[in-house]
Ligand binder design. Structure first.
Ligand code: FAD
Ligand code: MG
Length: 346
């Protein structure tokens, strides 16, 4: 278990490589700390004149993430999500505003993507067990059985804060969206403290708050899906935006030469395979970027790109198996390729 945890931490550490060094400023110093939560490596870096205060802000952020994890993790027995799952097919469960906001957002993206993103994916995630000691290729009949319980339309809402799963055996899993919510929550705390420059990296869910302390935009590296974690294939400059990637290299296992990764197509029950191996979203809100990176990955190049083009203020980078790179219209000319093996398709 420890080994697995370490591997994951190492993997996620540099999914998106952030160039922090050139952010120096005579008055402001960088304060940074990291920890392991949400099944991944988290790192917060902020620039402040008061280092002690900066460190206290980071600890407050970690506490807030812990609170979100307690409510939404399927790996914590008494989380609100597990409470909903235990009452599936039975009754409504009252949950906190945090959990409700994430479920409602997940539901909205399920509707928008016609179920390519589905927060009721829990049965399939458990069955495959990818990233856990239980990981295995399920039998086709097991997949067919699990698929009966995967359908967001069975998520029912009542009043402000009550939710229920329609069928006994249905299970929510917010792994594709809750990290984005946590990133937004942390951004809010840091902003409220008056801090103007920060990099929040929750296992590849990056928020670049403000600009660098020297006034230049942040440079965010986009992971090369074919290379060990930390190797980037391109760099993009952003300010006050979030950059979130879903890729087939983040959590996977290989059986009989075939790679099985953790983003599951709810229509087939198998890891999504449509030629896309990485989808990066750049926008203002990290919860939207998180849901959309998973959505675009499952929708594939054409439908995924159409979806992004239909949305205001949202951009994406899609990388295919053939190392072709597709950019949404607002990103043209903004991604600097650093590995010639990749080719931008206009
Ligand atoms: P994303 O593309 O953002 O999401 C992929 C994840 O979303 C999958 O792992 C699955 O959980 C879910 N998913 C798969 N297919 C779909 C789909 N079609 N639609 C919607 N969702 C889908 N990991 C651990 O190893 N141990 C832990 O204790 C642990 N606790 C966690 C607690 C919380 C609150 C959260 C948010 C995550 C936790 N994780 C844990 C990590 C989690 O299991 C996911 O692997 C992780 O969130 C994936 O994020 P990603 O950015 O790599 O991929
Ligand atoms: Mg996601």
């Amino acid at each position: 278990m420890k080994k697995k945890t370490f591997q994951l931490a190492a993997q996620v550490f540099v999914i998106i490589f952030v160039f922090l060094l050139s952010a120096c400023n005579p008055q402001k110093e960088m304060v940074t700390d990291s920890t392991y939560m949400l099944g991944t490596y988290l790192q917060l870096s902020l620039w402040t004149e008061d280092k002690a205060e900066g460190m206290a802000v980071i600890q407050e952020c970690f506490q807030r993430i812990r609170q979100i994890e307690q409510k939404m993790s399927v790996n914590i027995e008494d989380s609100e999500v597990n409470e909903i799952n235990r009452h599936a097919g039975k009754e409504y469960v009252a949950v906190s505003d945090d959990t409700m906001a994430v479920i409602r957002k997940g539901f909205a993206y399920a509707e928008l993507t016609d179920g390519a993103f589905d927060p009721a994916i829990g049965r399939l995630v458990k069955l495959w067990g990818i990233g856990t000691e239980r990981e295995r290729v399920p039998k086709p009949e097991e997949i067919q059985e699990a698929l009966k319980y995967v359908d967001y339309r069975g998520i029912k809402f009542q009043d402000e804060n009550k939710v229920k799963l329609d069928i006994d055996g249905m299970q929510l899993d917010l792994g594709g969206i809750a990290k984005g919510y946590a990133a937004d929550a942390v951004t809010k705390i840091i902003r409220e403290k008056g801090i103007k420059h920060a990099i929040i990296n929750l296992g590849g869910n990056v928020v670049a708050l403000g600009k660098k302390a020297d006034g230049a935009p942040w440079k965010i590296g986009i992971q090369d899906p074919f290379e060990p974690t930390g190797t980037h294939m391109g760099v993009i400059e952003v300010a006050d935006q979030t950059v979130v990637t879903s890729g087939n290299y983040e959590r996977y296992f290989i059986r009989d030469g075939k790679r099985y990764h953790h983003i599951i197509d709810p229509k087939t029950g198998y890891p999504s395979e449509n030629g896309v191996i990485s989808a990066t979203i750049i926008t203002d809100s990290s919860i939207d970027a998180d849901a959309l990176s998973t959505s675009v990955y499952v929708l594939g190049l054409e439908k995924g790109m159409n979806l992004i083009e239909s949305m205001e203020g949202v951009e994406c980078i899609i990388i295919t198996e053939e190392k072709k790179v597709f950019l949404s219209s607002g990103l043209k000319g903004r991604l600097k390729i650093t590995n010639d093996g990749f080719q931008i398709v206009d």
